[in-house]
Write a protein that binds this ligand. Structure first.
Ligand code: BES
Ligand code: MN
Ligand code: ZN
Length: 464
């Protein structure tokens, strides 16, 4: 499995890539040598978004490549198309004719190229892209390569099936990430979770073969404290309120929140941001066994709140609650939670938008702007106070699965907020973590959501 992707170094000759705007097509063709314009016309090249036309040189080699920029509307509809088109070119070294790229988002182009190098080849060989791209001038090469490495980590973790990505493996992955960057990992596992007061992580995970655990990583010596918490449910059967088969099929991805915060942590540490990072992953398998927690049980969380279990399939909020309670104790300057938390979030915004919740107007604005800049779409959802009553069952402080399921993503978010009350700036993402069909630079499978937007927003939010 690839752990990163790189640009080619400048130096030796490379085939020029000329970006072509549909409005400027005639002028570009008129400027081409010899029979090239006839060739491009004969091939019907119309400069639509990502359309490529390979032009031969006089010796019959690849002399130049035209790639269409398409209309602005087309570019708004699809991300990463041009970079992906470059990755799909025949084997060779290419470089951008920068005079043709003035109105082009080079970061998106570069990321599209790097992201297109990803292959999940752990269980089957996959053909790799053989096109190399010299880093366009003006982009921050180290930054884009760090982002790609973080994204690849996220994808690898999500794509790996649960038999090879249980709580043990997730811990190993976190330890190797920490070792790469000089971070420190500690874990609390099995019955120690009870001793050290993480009762809900224990309750959710105790039915599984691989023991439940809370994995923590600390990195950085100075600067503001950023805490990232990621849902690490390595497989979600639903517990005793078992999921139907169709809903269970994809549940290897229920550690997508953990995978995404680890990818983001990888980016932050590679770039050496001046902050202290605290990453928390409650890692469990929500499994079925005689020792499983049951519907009707009332659990007591780390912070003393009691929770009536109305559905063991609403397990993510339980393990996150204990982790958020611990994270809050350190009074972070910013706490971000990422989780594949509810099906309701998918119904609300679909697979492509990452819905987030925060009470901090400044954070919301900064995050939304960053998301638009870096093409990592997010959508703010409301912590709607009047719905608080829905998560109060009567015989305990909280209900983990309000009946009826109205506003399911919001009630899950409100539940989590009860465990983050001491933290002034708390953001919760209810992500999907999965790309359902191949798209440019985004192959079917695990996918990062929100991490790039957060990375871009951090300097402003934390005053770095
Ligand atoms: N992991 C699921 C949520 C999920 C399902 C995310 C499908 C993405 C795709 C979560 O643990 C869950 O099962 N949530 C339940 C909560 C309900 C029982 C209150 C849900 O959303 O149905
Ligand atoms: Mn569940
Ligand atoms: Zn789940």
């Amino acid at each position: 499995m690839p752990s990163d992707a790189k640009f080619a170094l400048p130096g030796s000759p490379a085939t020029p890539i000329q970006l072509v705007d549909p409005n400027g097509l005639e002028a570009v063709l008129a400027g081409l040598d010899g029979s090239a314009a006839t060739w491009a016309r004969g091939n019907g090249f119309s400069a639509s978004l990502g359309e490529t036309c390979v032009l031969p040189s006089l010796e019959g080699k690849i002399g130049r490549v035209l790639i269409g920029r398409g209309s602005e509307a087309a570019r708004r509809r699809k991300r990463f198309v041009i970079g992906a088109a470059i990755a799909g070119l025949p084997e060779g070294r290419y470089e951008l004719d920068q005079s043709s790229a003035e109105d082009t988002d080079l970061d998106q182009l570069g990321l599209g190229f790097l992201f297109s190098q990803y292959r999940f080849d752990r269980y089957r060989d996959q053909s790799a892209s053989k096109a190399q791209l010299v880093a366009p001038s003006g982009i921050d090469v180290a930054r884009l390569e760090a982002i790609a490495a973080g994204e690849f980590l996220t994808r690898n973790l999500i794509n790996t099936p649960a038999q090879d990505m249980g709580p043990d493996h997730l811990e190993t992955a976190m330890r190797s990430l920490a070792a790469q960057h000089g971070g420190k990992v500690t874990t609390v596992e099995g019955d120690d979770l009870l001793v050290q007061n993480f009762p809900m992580i224990h309750a959710v995970g105790r039915a599984a073969k691989q023991v439940p655990r809370l994995i923590e990583m600390n990195w950085g010596e100075s600067g503001p404290l950023l805490c990232l918490v990621g849902k690490g449910v390595c497989f979600d059967t639903g517990g005793l309120n078992l999921k139907p088969g169709a809903s269970m099929g994809l549940m290897k991805k229920d550690m997508g929140g953990a995978a995404t915060v680890l990818g983001l942590a990888h980016m932050i540490m590679s770039l050496g941001l001046n902050l202290r990072l605290h990453v928390l992953v409650p890692a469990v398998e929500n499994s079925v066994d005689g020792s499983a927690f049951r519907p009707g049980d009332i659990l007591t969380a780390r912070n003393g709140k009691t929770v009536e279990i109305n559905n063991t399939d609403a397990e993510g909020r339980l393990v996150l609650a204990d982790a958020l309670a611990l994270a809050s104790e350190a009074k972070p300057d910013l706490m971000i939670c990422m989780a594949t938390l509810t099906g309701a979030a998918r119904v609300a915004v679909g697979p492509d938008l990452a819905p987030f919740y925060t009470d901090d107007e400044g954070c919301a604005k900064t995050l939304g702007d960053a998301a638009a800049r870096v093409n990592d779409p997010v959508w703010r959802m409301p912590f709607h106070d009047p719905y608080e009553a829905m998560i109060e069952p009567g015989i305990a402080d909280l209900d983990n699965a309000p009946s009826g399921g109205m506003a399911g993503s919001i009630t899950a978010a409100l539940f989590l907020r009860r465990f983050a009350s001491e933290v002034p700036r708390f953001i919760h993402f209810d992500i999907y973590g999965w790309q359902r069909a191949n798209a440019p630079a985004r192959p079917k499978g695990g996918i990062g959501q929100g991490a790039r937007a957060i990375l871009d927003a951090l300097p402003e939010v934390l005053d770095l």
